[in-house]
Ligand binder design. Structure first.
Ligand SMILES: NC(=O)c1ccc[n+]([C@@H]2O[C@H](COP(=O)([O-])OP(=O)(O)OC[C@H]3O[C@@H](n4cnc5c(N)ncnc54)[C@H](OP(=O)(O)O)[C@@H]3O)[C@@H](O)[C@H]2O)c1
Length: 334
């Protein structure tokens, strides 16, 4: 499949179309989108690499923020004029992840948010912190909640050391949440320039994983041979073997991404012998999202938005994401 044939996703004529505005039903709200943000997952979906059974056509993207412009009957939790964001899994409100909730991801089995108007159940949206711009608030639903789930829900403590891999959306949110708690961060990146930027944001040390392919040894030497307490593992199969060496005995690895591939040999015995806790993370619940927003507001955190595009430049924005030159998030404004 061609990467950017968005027509296959039912998008032709969507932007600037004069189709009738939908009417929210019982317990639903109509949201006029103001901004969306891109995740690596969106690229995988559009390239046909995410889910071979994805029902097509489907509207892409999971992360959007907008204004409630109409409420259906019996809506009590939000009102017209509220600024809200989509929750990634529309049915995961609280508690642990269930099969039903996992099937409710936006642009999974249901349409996503790359649209001028979207109808949501009133429970499937959250208010966003007031101090954020629309472009910033649009970055929260996937990358923000994932980092929050990995570290804060994972029990990160003051004084802990966190390793982040690369300087994409999940990694930089992890840096910001680690700082709220008083944990220190070691970052890797393929770019010296990005390592300078991540240290300016407060990382304690940076390692270039391209010029220093044995970055796990560097992590051990930065931690007096002990290893880090937490790893936000966005690399996947290609980095896990090294992460298992870089984590301390009894440490924690949050399995999140596939940036470094999906196939590689990993010896699970190392996790056993080091007593490492490995936790699979699939974004997070509405309760986590709400807790994260409170912390973002109290700490006046601004998500790191690398670049903002007009919504009509969605293809250029996706190509920019694919280039990997971004630092943090990419947003689009309607
Ligand atoms: N499980 C979940 O719920 C969940 C949620 C969100 C994201 N994810 C996954 O997590 C991963 C990260 O997502 P994202 O949206 O944060 O991505 P992103 O913003 O596109 O991040 C891309 C960055 O990752 C770094 N990177 C690429 N290859 C790498 C490698 N081999 N080793 C270390 N770093 C590498 C690069 O940083 P430098 O340029 O600094 O090298 C690149 O710029 C993706 O695989 C995504 O699908 C999973």
């Amino acid at each position: 499949m061609q990467v950017f044939e968005l027509q296959k996703f039912g998008l032709d004529g969507l932007i600037g179309s004069d189709r009738a505005i939908p009417i929210p039903g019982y317990g639903e709200v109509l949201v006029k989108l103001k901004a969306v943000s891109l995740n690596y997952r969106d690229l995988l979906i559009i390239k046909g690499l995410y889910n071979p059974n994805l029902p097509l056509p489907i509207i892409p993207l999971s992360d959007g923020v907008g204004e409630v412009v109409k409420v259906g009957e019996n809506v009590t939790k939000v009102q017209t004029g509220d600024r809200v964001a989509s929750i990634f899994m529309q049915d995961w409100l609280s508690g642990h992840l269930s099969k039903k909730a996992a099937k409710s991801a936006l642009c999974g089995e249901i349409n996503g948010v790359l649209a001028e108007y979207v109808i949501f159940p009133e429970d499937s949206i959250v208010s966003v912190p007031q101090h954020l711009t629309d472009a910033e608030a649009a970055t929260l639903p996937c990358a923000g909640v994932t980092a929050w789930n990995a570290l804060i829900e994972g029990g990160l403590k003051p004084g802990d050391t966190v390793l982040i891999l690369g300087t994409g959306g999940v990694s930089l949110f992890s840096l910001q949440f680690a700082q709220i708690v008083g944990a220190r961060v070691i970052a890797t990146s393929s770019s010296e320039e990005k390592l300078v930027r991540v240290k300016e944001l407060g990382a304690f040390a940076g390692i270039n994983y391209q010029t220093n392919p044995h970055w796990e040894k560097e992590v051990l030497s930065l931690t007096e041979g002990v290893g880090v307490d937490y790893i936000v593992e966005v690399g996947g199969a290609g980095t896990l073997a090294k992460s298992l060496k870089a984590v301390r005995f009894g440490g924690n690895i949050s399995l999140i991404g596939v940036l470094a591939g999906t196939q590689a040999q990993v010896n699970p015995l190392l996790a056993v012998m080091k007593g490492v806790s490995i936790r699979g993370i699939y974004v997070g619940s509405k309760t986590m999202f709400t807790a994260m927003n409170k912390a973002i507001a109290h700490n006046q955190i601004h998500p790191i938005v690398d670049r903002t595009f007009p919504i009509t430049e969605i293809v250029s924005a996706l190509k920019y994401l694919e280039s990997g030159s971004h630092f943090g998030k990419i947003s689009l404004i309607f």
